[in-house]
Design a protein around this ligand. Structure first.
Ligand SMILES: Cc1cc2nc3c(=O)[nH]c(=O)nc-3n(C[C@H](O)[C@H](O)[C@H](O)COP(=O)(O)OP(=O)(O)OC[C@H]3O[C@@H](n4cnc5c(N)ncnc54)[C@H](O)[C@@H]3O)c2cc1C
Length: 370
């Protein structure tokens, strides 16, 4: 098909979700253009994500969310085969324990009942897997297939692969508003200029509502802040993602350690973040033997785009032609699946379906006009 006849699709945002949609769409003979206000891919929340791909933190009574997370984590295996370079520093496996051993035991039991691949390990096995943890728990949940990956590297790899296949990527280009004509979205306004597209995909994460608001639309998106703290280390101390009652921590192949922590309003200022970083440093030293020489580097607040029902929103906007959106949390876990499903819906007109225990309709909830 000659280039000018291809459907022109703009994606606003080169976070992990926008990059994944670009990667999947460009393989379907679509003229893809990604517009990002930051200097490169992962300039938003993806740049400060912890990178844990798992199905552990879902209320098992919420079968919709569970089905979606399972489908999403399974999708990662496909992507890892397609784009091995993006996964070269990936690690597998997490260890988690609660304050009381019976809490850990019942969590393992509940998750195993749901068919999740987790096991309960006792002290001796824990020490074998993570010999440097002090105050070894009586038992822990081991989730061997969990992935620990670098979300910015994955978003960049997805964008690079999309560009290699013909997608255009415009960094440092803030979309000031969506261009509309007769109630339909027909393009983007960037730097005072209108650029026309056949379809606009909003993948602007926590900033999605800013672009919807002038159209009188809202997805009901809530923004949930979280802190990513980084610590330098001169050696490898941890092999797994560790979630103790006090800490969520992992170590990168270059020895850097990451700690993730949810925040509540009011958000801490720079000196309060430094204080939290130092407090966590003490906890790391208490938890990990040999960590005396690690140093606090910095802490950055990220803005997680969440919905009250823990489901993402993706699909065509009801009553507003030319607009598609894909936003939700946990975006790193969901990105490969949402990218593939969005491409399939945009190109083939096939709405998402086929999850075990769910008909996929949860992916397509429409927004309410404000
Ligand atoms: C500390 C922390 C730990 C986390 N850990 C995990 C985890 O372990 N696993 C997990 O799955 N998730 C995790 N998350 C959540 C995850 O980071 C987000 O859900 C995910 O990154 C959202 O991706 P996104 O592509 O939707 O948004 P973003 O990455 O924010 O991408 C949106 C992009 O849109 C761009 N943009 C916005 N407005 C405009 C505009 N007007 N014009 C042009 N561009 C625009 C932004 O610059 C940004 O690059 C964590 C988050 C934090 C903060």
């Amino acid at each position: 098909m000659p280039n000018q006849q291809k459907r022109r699709v703009a994606i606003v945002g080169a976070g992990i979700i926008g990059a994944s949609i670009a990667y999947h769409l460009v393989q379907r003979d679509i003229d893809v253009c990604v517009v990002e206000r930051g200097p490169g891919p992962a300039s938003g929340t993806t740049g400060n994500a912890f990178g844990w791909v798992n199905t552990l933190f879902v209320d098992p009574s919420d079968q919709e969310v569970l089905a979606l997370r399972r489908a999403a984590t399974a999708e990662y295996e496909r992507l890892a085969e397609q784009l091995p370079s993006a996964f070269q520093y990936m690690r597998r496996g997490s260890l988690l324990w609660k304050s009381e051993p019976d809490e850990t035991e019942s969590l393992v039991e509940v998750l195993r009942k749901e068919g999740l691949d987790v096991e309960l390990i006792a002290r001796a096995e824990f020490v074998r897997r993570e010999p440097l943890i002090r105050n070894v728990p009586v038992c822990a949940l081991a989730s061997p297939k969990d992935m620990a990956l670098q979300p910015p590297a994955l978003a960049s790899a997805l964008m690079a692969a999309a560009v290699e296949r013909g997608a255009k990527f415009f960094a440092n280009s803030r979309v000031t508003s969506l261009h509309t004509s007769n109630g339909a979205v027909t393009g983007l306004i960037i730097g005072g200029e209108t650029v026309e597209f056949d379809l606009v995909v909003l993948a602007a994460g926590a900033w999605t509502e800013e672009l919807l608001r002038p159209l009188g639309l809202s997805l009901g998106l809530l923004v949930s802040p979280a802190l990513l703290l980084r610590y330098s280390s001169d050696r490898q101390l941890l092999s797994h993602i560790i979630k103790s009652p006090e800490l969520e921590i992992r170590q990168l192949p270059d020895n850097m350690m990451l700690v993730a922590k949810s925040l509540k309003d009011p958000l801490p200022d720079t000196s309060a973040i430094d204080g939290m970083g130092l407090e966590m440093l003490m906890r790391i030293r208490e938890l990990v033997s040999g960590s005396e020489r690690i140093e606090f580097e910095d802490g950055v607040i990220g803005h997680r785009p969440v919905f009250s029902d823990n489901l993402p929103r993706t699909g065509y906007a009801d009553g507003c032609k030319g607009l598609y959106f894909a936003v939700g949390h946990p975006g790193v876990i969901l990105a490969p699946l949402l990218g593939r499903l969005a491409a399939s819906e945009i190109v083939d007109g096939i709405p998402p379906s086929g999850f075990e225990h769910a008909d996929g309709s949860h992916l397509r909830r429409s927004y309410a006009a404000t």
